[in-house]
Design a protein around this ligand. Sequence first.
Ligand code: COA
Length: 238
Amino acid sequence: MTNVRIERRADIAVLTLDRPEKLNALSTALEQALLDAIDSDDVRTSAAVVIAGEGRAFSAGADLTEVRELGPAQIAQYYRGSGRVYEAVAALPQVTVAAVHGYCLGGGFELALAADLRVADGTAVFGLPEVGIGIVPSSGGLARLVRMVGPAKARELVLLGRRYDAAAVDRLGLLTDVVPAGGALDAALAVAAEAAAQPALAAAVAKQVIDVATESSHAAALALERLAYGMLNQVDKG
Ligand code: COA
Protein backbone atom coordinates (compact mmCIF):
# COMPACT_ATOMS: atom_id res chain seq x y z
CA MET A 1 0.00 0.00 0.00
CA THR A 2 1.53 3.35 -0.95
CA ASN A 3 1.57 6.21 1.57
CA VAL A 4 0.98 3.91 4.55
CA ARG A 5 2.90 0.75 5.43
CA ILE A 6 1.28 -1.97 7.53
CA GLU A 7 3.45 -4.36 9.54
CA ARG A 8 2.67 -6.81 12.27
CA ARG A 9 5.04 -7.14 15.23
CA ALA A 10 3.53 -10.17 16.95
CA ASP A 11 0.01 -9.05 17.92
CA ILE A 12 0.71 -5.33 17.40
CA ALA A 13 -0.12 -3.61 14.09
CA VAL A 14 2.30 -0.84 13.13
CA LEU A 15 0.94 1.71 10.65
CA THR A 16 3.73 3.87 9.25
CA LEU A 17 2.90 7.08 7.38
CA ASP A 18 5.16 6.59 4.38
CA ARG A 19 5.50 9.80 2.41
CA PRO A 20 8.85 10.93 3.80
CA GLU A 21 9.74 13.20 0.87
CA LYS A 22 6.82 15.46 1.96
CA LEU A 23 7.36 14.93 5.70
CA ASN A 24 4.26 12.67 5.69
CA ALA A 25 1.97 15.57 4.84
CA LEU A 26 -1.57 14.27 5.13
CA SER A 27 -2.80 14.30 1.54
CA THR A 28 -6.24 12.83 0.87
CA ALA A 29 -4.42 9.84 -0.69
CA LEU A 30 -2.43 9.27 2.51
CA GLU A 31 -5.53 9.68 4.67
CA GLN A 32 -7.43 7.20 2.47
CA ALA A 33 -4.51 4.76 2.74
CA LEU A 34 -4.67 5.10 6.51
CA LEU A 35 -8.44 4.45 6.43
CA ASP A 36 -7.82 1.36 4.28
CA ALA A 37 -5.09 0.23 6.67
CA ILE A 38 -7.48 0.57 9.61
CA ASP A 39 -9.91 -1.72 7.77
CA SER A 40 -7.22 -4.31 6.99
CA ASP A 41 -7.13 -7.79 8.53
CA ASP A 42 -3.72 -6.96 10.03
CA VAL A 43 -5.35 -4.21 12.10
CA ARG A 44 -8.68 -5.97 12.68
CA THR A 45 -6.92 -8.96 14.25
CA SER A 46 -4.36 -6.94 16.21
CA ALA A 47 -4.30 -6.39 19.96
CA ALA A 48 -2.94 -2.83 19.76
CA VAL A 49 -2.02 -0.33 17.05
CA VAL A 50 1.03 1.91 16.74
CA ILE A 51 1.03 4.87 14.34
CA ALA A 52 4.46 6.16 13.32
CA GLY A 53 6.07 8.25 10.58
CA GLU A 54 8.78 7.31 8.08
CA GLY A 55 11.73 9.66 7.55
CA ARG A 56 12.43 12.75 9.61
CA ALA A 57 8.89 13.57 10.75
CA PHE A 58 5.77 12.05 12.24
CA SER A 59 3.75 14.38 10.01
CA ALA A 60 3.98 18.02 8.93
CA GLY A 61 0.17 18.22 8.83
CA ALA A 62 -2.44 18.70 6.14
CA ASP A 63 -1.09 18.75 2.61
CA LEU A 64 -0.98 22.47 1.99
CA THR A 65 -1.16 22.00 -1.77
CA GLU A 66 -4.64 20.47 -1.33
CA VAL A 67 -6.24 22.61 1.37
CA ARG A 68 -5.78 26.01 -0.22
CA GLU A 69 -8.81 26.17 -2.52
CA LEU A 70 -11.52 24.29 -0.61
CA GLY A 71 -14.97 25.87 -0.15
CA PRO A 72 -17.50 24.96 2.60
CA ALA A 73 -19.25 22.26 0.54
CA GLN A 74 -15.94 20.65 -0.39
CA ILE A 75 -14.83 20.69 3.24
CA ALA A 76 -18.07 18.95 4.30
CA GLN A 77 -17.48 16.38 1.54
CA TYR A 78 -13.86 15.95 2.63
CA TYR A 79 -14.94 15.00 6.16
CA ARG A 80 -17.33 12.42 4.70
CA GLY A 81 -14.35 10.98 2.78
CA SER A 82 -10.70 10.66 3.74
CA GLY A 83 -11.11 13.29 6.47
CA ARG A 84 -13.01 10.64 8.47
CA VAL A 85 -9.69 9.01 9.30
CA TYR A 86 -9.09 10.97 12.52
CA GLU A 87 -12.39 9.82 14.02
CA ALA A 88 -11.79 6.30 12.64
CA VAL A 89 -8.52 6.14 14.57
CA ALA A 90 -10.27 7.39 17.70
CA ALA A 91 -13.02 4.79 17.28
CA LEU A 92 -10.71 1.76 17.04
CA PRO A 93 -11.48 -0.75 19.80
CA GLN A 94 -7.79 -1.52 20.34
CA VAL A 95 -5.46 0.76 22.26
CA THR A 96 -3.66 3.07 19.82
CA VAL A 97 -0.25 4.63 20.43
CA ALA A 98 1.30 7.44 18.37
CA ALA A 99 5.09 7.23 18.09
CA VAL A 100 6.13 10.84 17.56
CA HIS A 101 9.50 11.99 16.27
CA GLY A 102 10.39 15.10 14.31
CA TYR A 103 7.65 17.47 13.16
CA CYS A 104 4.17 16.75 14.50
CA LEU A 105 2.28 19.75 13.20
CA GLY A 106 -1.31 20.65 12.41
CA GLY A 107 -3.19 17.58 11.24
CA GLY A 108 -0.23 15.44 12.33
CA PHE A 109 -0.73 16.69 15.89
CA GLU A 110 -4.49 16.12 15.51
CA LEU A 111 -3.82 12.53 14.42
CA ALA A 112 -1.57 11.98 17.44
CA LEU A 113 -4.31 13.42 19.67
CA ALA A 114 -6.82 10.97 18.16
CA ALA A 115 -4.68 8.10 19.46
CA ASP A 116 -5.24 6.86 23.02
CA LEU A 117 -1.61 7.36 24.02
CA ARG A 118 1.41 9.23 22.72
CA VAL A 119 5.14 8.79 23.19
CA ALA A 120 7.68 11.23 21.78
CA ASP A 121 11.43 11.36 21.40
CA GLY A 122 13.91 14.20 21.77
CA THR A 123 13.50 15.27 18.13
CA ALA A 124 9.75 15.87 18.40
CA VAL A 125 8.39 19.31 17.50
CA PHE A 126 4.69 19.83 18.14
CA GLY A 127 2.60 22.75 16.99
CA LEU A 128 -0.67 23.96 15.52
CA PRO A 129 0.16 26.43 12.72
CA GLU A 130 -3.42 26.61 11.38
CA VAL A 131 -4.46 30.02 12.76
CA GLY A 132 -1.21 31.42 11.39
CA ILE A 133 -2.32 30.45 7.89
CA GLY A 134 -5.85 31.76 8.40
CA ILE A 135 -7.69 28.55 9.29
CA VAL A 136 -8.28 26.47 12.44
CA PRO A 137 -7.54 22.84 13.40
CA SER A 138 -10.72 21.05 12.32
CA SER A 139 -10.01 17.32 12.32
CA GLY A 140 -11.16 16.91 15.91
CA GLY A 141 -7.87 18.16 17.32
CA LEU A 142 -9.13 21.47 18.63
CA ALA A 143 -12.07 19.83 20.42
CA ARG A 144 -9.80 17.08 21.78
CA LEU A 145 -7.18 19.56 22.94
CA VAL A 146 -9.72 21.58 24.93
CA ARG A 147 -10.83 18.43 26.73
CA MET A 148 -7.30 17.11 27.22
CA VAL A 149 -5.41 20.22 28.37
CA GLY A 150 -8.25 22.63 29.19
CA PRO A 151 -9.30 25.83 27.41
CA ALA A 152 -6.51 28.02 28.81
CA LYS A 153 -3.62 25.97 27.39
CA ALA A 154 -5.64 25.11 24.26
CA ARG A 155 -5.93 28.85 23.59
CA GLU A 156 -2.15 29.22 23.90
CA LEU A 157 -1.39 26.36 21.53
CA VAL A 158 -4.01 27.34 18.96
CA LEU A 159 -3.73 31.15 19.08
CA LEU A 160 0.04 31.62 19.30
CA GLY A 161 1.10 28.87 16.90
CA ARG A 162 4.21 28.22 18.99
CA ARG A 163 6.27 25.08 18.63
CA TYR A 164 6.78 22.80 21.63
CA ASP A 165 9.31 20.07 22.37
CA ALA A 166 8.42 16.74 23.95
CA ALA A 167 9.18 17.94 27.48
CA ALA A 168 6.73 20.85 27.14
CA VAL A 169 4.00 18.63 25.71
CA ASP A 170 4.66 16.12 28.48
CA ARG A 171 4.07 18.89 31.04
CA LEU A 172 0.62 19.36 29.49
CA GLY A 173 -0.11 15.73 30.32
CA LEU A 174 -0.29 14.58 26.70
CA LEU A 175 2.55 12.04 26.67
CA THR A 176 2.96 8.61 28.23
CA ASP A 177 6.73 8.51 27.73
CA VAL A 178 9.45 10.86 26.57
CA VAL A 179 12.52 9.06 25.26
CA PRO A 180 15.88 10.02 23.74
CA ALA A 181 16.15 10.81 20.02
CA GLY A 182 15.52 7.77 17.85
CA GLY A 183 13.59 5.89 20.53
CA ALA A 184 9.97 6.78 19.72
CA LEU A 185 9.00 3.63 17.82
CA ASP A 186 10.54 1.21 20.33
CA ALA A 187 8.92 3.10 23.20
CA ALA A 188 5.55 3.06 21.44
CA LEU A 189 5.88 -0.68 20.79
CA ALA A 190 6.64 -1.25 24.46
CA VAL A 191 3.58 0.76 25.54
CA ALA A 192 1.45 -1.03 22.93
CA ALA A 193 2.64 -4.41 24.22
CA GLU A 194 1.74 -3.35 27.75
CA ALA A 195 -1.77 -2.42 26.56
CA ALA A 196 -2.08 -5.55 24.42
CA ALA A 197 -1.47 -7.72 27.48
CA GLN A 198 -4.69 -6.41 29.05
CA PRO A 199 -8.04 -8.15 28.42
CA ALA A 200 -9.21 -6.77 25.05
CA LEU A 201 -12.92 -6.44 25.80
CA ALA A 202 -12.37 -4.63 29.11
CA ALA A 203 -9.95 -2.22 27.40
CA ALA A 204 -12.34 -1.56 24.52
CA VAL A 205 -15.24 -0.94 26.91
CA ALA A 206 -13.06 1.29 29.11
CA LYS A 207 -12.19 3.38 26.04
CA GLN A 208 -15.89 3.89 25.31
CA VAL A 209 -16.69 4.79 28.91
CA ILE A 210 -13.84 7.32 28.98
CA ASP A 211 -15.13 8.89 25.75
CA VAL A 212 -18.65 9.20 27.16
CA ALA A 213 -17.38 10.44 30.54
CA THR A 214 -15.52 13.33 28.89
CA GLU A 215 -18.76 14.76 27.56
CA SER A 216 -21.60 13.65 29.81
CA SER A 217 -22.95 14.34 33.28
CA HIS A 218 -21.34 12.63 36.27
CA ALA A 219 -24.58 10.70 36.83
CA ALA A 220 -24.65 9.39 33.25
CA ALA A 221 -20.97 8.42 33.39
CA LEU A 222 -21.47 6.65 36.73
CA ALA A 223 -24.41 4.69 35.37
CA LEU A 224 -22.42 3.70 32.30
CA GLU A 225 -19.33 2.60 34.20
CA ARG A 226 -21.46 0.42 36.50
CA LEU A 227 -23.36 -1.08 33.57
CA ALA A 228 -20.01 -1.75 31.90
CA TYR A 229 -18.75 -3.42 35.08
CA GLY A 230 -21.88 -5.55 35.25
CA MET A 231 -21.53 -6.58 31.61
CA LEU A 232 -17.80 -7.34 31.85
CA ASN A 233 -18.33 -9.32 35.02
CA GLN A 234 -20.42 -11.82 33.04
CA VAL A 235 -17.40 -12.62 30.87
CA ASP A 236 -15.56 -15.80 31.77
CA LYS A 237 -12.23 -14.54 33.13
CA GLY A 238 -10.68 -18.00 33.42
N1 COA B 1 2.02 20.03 2.91
C1 COA B 1 2.62 19.74 1.74
N2 COA B 1 3.96 19.60 1.62
C2 COA B 1 4.71 19.75 2.72
C3 COA B 1 4.17 20.05 3.98
C4 COA B 1 2.74 20.19 4.05
N3 COA B 1 2.12 20.45 5.21
N4 COA B 1 5.15 20.15 4.88
C5 COA B 1 6.31 19.91 4.22
N5 COA B 1 6.05 19.68 2.91
C6 COA B 1 7.01 19.38 1.85
C7 COA B 1 7.78 20.61 1.44
O1 COA B 1 7.06 21.36 0.50
C8 COA B 1 9.02 19.96 0.86
O2 COA B 1 8.72 19.47 -0.44
P1 COA B 1 9.75 19.73 -1.67
O3 COA B 1 11.04 19.08 -1.22
O4 COA B 1 9.11 19.06 -2.83
O5 COA B 1 9.87 21.22 -1.79
C9 COA B 1 9.24 18.77 1.75
O6 COA B 1 7.99 18.48 2.35
C10 COA B 1 10.25 19.00 2.85
O7 COA B 1 9.85 20.16 3.58
P2 COA B 1 10.83 21.41 3.83
O8 COA B 1 9.95 22.61 4.05
O9 COA B 1 11.85 21.50 2.74
O10 COA B 1 11.52 20.95 5.18
P3 COA B 1 12.11 21.92 6.31
O11 COA B 1 12.81 21.01 7.28
O12 COA B 1 12.84 23.06 5.74
O13 COA B 1 10.80 22.52 7.03
C11 COA B 1 8.63 22.44 8.09
C12 COA B 1 9.91 21.68 7.71
C13 COA B 1 7.66 21.41 8.71
C14 COA B 1 8.93 23.55 9.08
C15 COA B 1 8.01 23.05 6.84
O14 COA B 1 7.96 22.05 5.83
C16 COA B 1 6.62 23.57 7.04
O15 COA B 1 6.44 24.63 7.63
N6 COA B 1 5.59 22.84 6.56
C17 COA B 1 4.22 23.22 6.67
C18 COA B 1 3.71 22.94 8.07
C19 COA B 1 2.27 23.35 8.23
O16 COA B 1 1.91 24.51 8.16
N7 COA B 1 1.42 22.34 8.49
C20 COA B 1 0.08 22.51 8.91
C21 COA B 1 -0.85 22.73 7.82
S1 COA B 1 -2.46 23.10 8.46
